[in-house]
Design a protein around this ligand. Structure first.
Ligand code: ATP
Ligand code: MG
Length: 383
């Protein structure tokens, strides 16, 4: 019998939320990412619990236990119960009755097998009791140990029910699949044959999924498969997958942590990114990286203009996009640039100059100073 453990499971909050259900005679099964990640040794962040108690009953039991129930997804049966400031998403067992793309009509169920059958991948249909005993209705453990991301049921049906699953397939393959084995061929074929629903996915979700995928240690094989199946072009017509693998390789050589925006900037330009509903800050970073990588500024100037970390990202991005290794002294130059401060201030030029003339003069002096390798002093510049 397989057991799972970890602080996420044994801590008081998790045990209290499960006990609230089991003491009233219901099942309380941890499910999805928490069980999967704990079995694989990955960190667990959110806690999902499946139960045969209907949502109204979950609310009653939570209130009786002095816990705070929040109806976060009441129409699909989810109540979030907050204990120790941690949200636990409790969802009543479901079986899908009818589906229209993303909008499944659901019926509640008391059978964990039915609940497992409506989940996306076998490794996401693993459950655990509060004592850690794993319940595996669909053989997900076997796939998990083989690092195989496989659809529950017929991939074609499952994709046509919900096209977001095509994206989730690539994301979970990148994180939990075995790159040596390649991705599940049947799943890939089904995805490639059913691209038609991808365009209707909300742009926020597409952007969100892409970022989560690109945060994986090495997303390049999965993104390559997205390109081959036609998914990448269906989502972002201008995207080009090929610079990603060299970028990931260079990141490893420089010891840079995965950064979804840096990686996204290897795949798409600023115009395509407009369409992914990135945050203002993310969009600004992507634009700065793309402009830095495709512009003419050297490593030192990039360091001065973008700061050290962004400059390193822009240098690797440039190397990946143009398929040329970064110059050997690039990192030192970027650091030097980041540490340099332009010695001339506006007030040094006043009152002789003002307004646009002042700005133009400052820009000109700054360019001269950068060209000198940051060596010209204020006196030399002003003379
Ligand atoms: P993570 O939270 O690390 O992204 P997760 O597996 O917990 O991974 P969630 O999106 O939190 O993913 O969903 C929780 C569980 O709900 C999944 O493990 C899966 O069983 C089920 N699930 C989520 N989205 C879908 C979907 N589109 N189709 C079918 N089942 C889904
Ligand atoms: Mg989750």
């Amino acid at each position: 019998m397989t057991r799972v453990t970890g602080d996420w499971l044994t801590r008081d909050a998790t045990q209290a939320v499960c006990a609230m259900l089991t003491e009233a005679g219901y099942q309380a099964l941890l499910v999805g990412g928490c069980v999967r990640n704990a079995l694989l040794g990955f960190p667990v962040d959110d806690i999902d619990i499946a139960t045969d108690a209907v949502p109204e009953r979950v609310v009653e039991l939570a209130e009786a236990a002095g816990l705070k129930p929040v109806p976060t997804g009441i129409d699909h049966g989810t109540i979030t119960v907050v204990a120790d400031h941690i949200g636990h998403e409790i969802t009543t067992f479901r079986r899908d009755v009818e589906t229209f793309g993303r909008h499944a009509t659901v019926a509640f169920s008391t059978d964990v097998r039915e609940d497992a059958a409506r989940r996306d991948f076998t490794m996401n249909a693993l459950y655990a009791q509060a004592d850690g005993t794993v319940i595996d209705p669909l053989g997900g453990l076997h796939d998990l140990h083989a690092r195989r991301v496989r659809f529950v049921g017929d991939p074609v049906d499952r994709i046509r029910e919900d096209y977001l699953r095509s994206l989730r397939f690539f994301r979970f393959s990148a994180w939990y699949g075995d790159p040596a084995q390649g991705m599940d061929a049947e799943g890939l074929a089904a995805i490639a044959a059913h691209l038609e629903g991808l365009g209707a996915l909300s742009r926020e979700r597409v952007g969100g999924e892409l970022k989560k995928l690109l945060k994986a240690p090495d997303p390049a094989p999965a993104v390559g498969a997205m390109a081959q199946t036609g998914v990448l072009a269906a989502l972002v017509p201008g995207a080009i997958a090929t610079p990603l693998a060299p970028l990931v390789h260079l990141e490893g050589a420089w010891g840079l942590a995965p950064d979804p925006i840096r990686r996204l900037a290897a795949l798409i330009g600023t115009d395509d990114a407009q369409d992914l509903r990135l945050s203002k800050a993310e969009m600004a970073r992507l634009t700065a990286l793309r402009d830095g990588a495709t512009g003419t500024a050297g490593a030192a100037e990039l360091g001065y203009r973008l700061g050290h970390d962004q400059a390193e990202s822009a240098l690797l991005l440039r190397a990946a996009l143009f398929d040329t290794p970064p110059p050997p002294d690039a990192r030192d130059a970027a650091r030097r640039g980041a540490q340099s401060t332009f010695p001339v201030r506006a007030r040094d030029l006043m009152p002789d100059l003002e307004g646009p003339e002042l700005g133009a003069r400052l820009t000109e002096l700054e360019a001269r100073w950068i060209a000198s390798g940051f060596t010209l002093s204020k006196r030399q510049l002003l003379d």
